[in-house]
Design a protein around this ligand. Sequence first.
Ligand code: ZN
Length: 178
Amino acid sequence: MKISFKGKSSVLTQNECKDAITFFASRLIPKYKNISICIHFNTIVATDKFDAQCQLTGLNKKKRPSKFNIHLKDGLDKFVSIMMLAHELTHVYQFVRGDLQPCQYISADNKKIIIIYKNKRYEMPANGTVNDLVKDRKTYKNLPWEKEAYKTQFKLIDAYVDRFSKQIKNELRGFYLD
Ligand SMILES: [Zn+2]
């Protein structure tokens, strides 16, 4: 799995980021080693309303893309940032398995956006940007691909924290044995 970075985070080191992403991907995505992900910190895509976004490169070119950009707002709590990565990795998996397809605008004035999930069309009003979709948080969280991502992020974070606490315990045990 290729992981690269644009910008710098004030809360996560590149190694922490790589470790978390590889851990989540290995649990979620079969053949995750073929995927490349670029993490962008603190870019204009991440706003107050939108903490993170999974954005595709080569939009509409491939039905099952393998290159992804994740935009993550800097300055969030460390574990919140890690949980955001778990959320976005779930979307990556939805794209990889072909359930979620890249967004396409339908009208010339970009008034509507179509998202196709599991072969079903979801048409939503948006003034040309995906950010408009998140204005109504409740509707947004109930979109089927978001529901899955919120459910999965907690499962992944549980496993991550479990592993993390095991590591600390082992280190402490080693310390007392020395
Ligand atoms: Zn999401």
